[in-house]
Design a protein around this ligand. Structure first.
Ligand SMILES: [Zn+2]
Length: 268
């Protein structure tokens, strides 16, 4: 068996971020500039709303077997690099799953790319909901992880998860994210804990956000009769919320408003 292979660089990332330390956790909008000689490889890609982008992280260390994850705020124990998405790994290949905003010839416009400017691209593949989306999968969005992250990063992480499920990040989704964030801090538990149930008299967008963040099928998620009221229950403990009648105009407004602005009642 060969233990070395040769990769061809097929293009590079063009990003406003040039310093890895300044990259937001959720990445930024960036472009994949595919080399002109590979333009034909992109024919048909515009049929897909989302793609995988694989890059070679040429600045990453390849000699580390364990690292402390960045988003854990440095307080957690080191984990094996294959249990993390850290750039440090024997083969520093990155995998971004991202919305394809548009294609212009050999340029792809992408969302949520956390590769810095100039990072070499080694492959692009279409994302398939049937094969690649495992809604019931468990990941590390646990209370333990979230409790060590700044609130804004937790909200951004939740918004991305919920938005991926719903199809876009609207005001209703953001309200669901705020409700889930209150539940996270109230119960101090993993949202995917199977002992959670939700009774929610909410419209589609907020319901989608809650179902996705709690990995909940209709068995544990009940669409309640009481409009704008959400009750979370876990092992007999409850958190009851009532969504304000005030109207919000943007996702940002919902995410940054005080709790009492988003919920007219917060109680047990
Ligand atoms: Zn919506």
């Amino acid at each position: 068996m060969k233990d070395k292979f040769e990769l061809k660089v097929i293009g590079k990332i063009v990003s406003p971020i040039i310093d890895t330390a300044k990259m937001p956790l959720q990445g930024v909008e960036a472009q994949a500039h595919i080399e002109a000689k590979f333009t034909d490889t992109l024919d048909g890609i515009d049929k897909h709303s989302h793609v995988f982008v694989l890059c070679w992280m040429d600045q990453a260390r390849r000699d580390r077997l364990k690292v402390i994850p960045r988003r854990h705020g440095g307080e957690n124990q080191a984990k094996g690099v294959f249990a993390l998405r850290s750039p440090a790994r024997p083969n520093p290949i990155s995998l971004n799953t991202t919305r394809l905003l548009k294609r212009e010839e050999n340029i792809l416009y992408l969302e949520n790319i956390d590769m810095v400017d100039g990072t070499p691209i080694i492959d692009i593949k279409p994302y398939s909901t049937g094969w690649d989306c495992i809604f019931s999968a468990h990941n590390n969005s646990t209370y333990n992880t979230y409790s060590k992250m700044p609130a804004a990063d937790v909200l951004a992480d939740m918004l991305r998860q919920a938005g991926n499920f719903h199809g876009d990040c609207c005001v209703g989704v953001a309200i669901g994210v705020r409700a889930a964030f209150l539940a996270l801090n109230h119960f101090k538990a993993d949202l995917q804990d199977k002992n959670f149930t939700i009774d929610a008299g909410v419209r589609g967008c907020t319901a989608d956000a809650l179902q996705s963040l709690f990995s909940m099928s209709n068995k544990r998620f009940k669409c309640g009769e009481l409009e704008d009221k959400i009750t979370f229950t876990k092992n007999g403990v409850k958190l009851k919320l009532e969504i304000t009648k005030d109207k919000f105009h943007s996702v940002e407004e919902v995410l940054t408003a005080a709790d009492e602005k988003v919920f007219s009642k917060i109680g047990k």
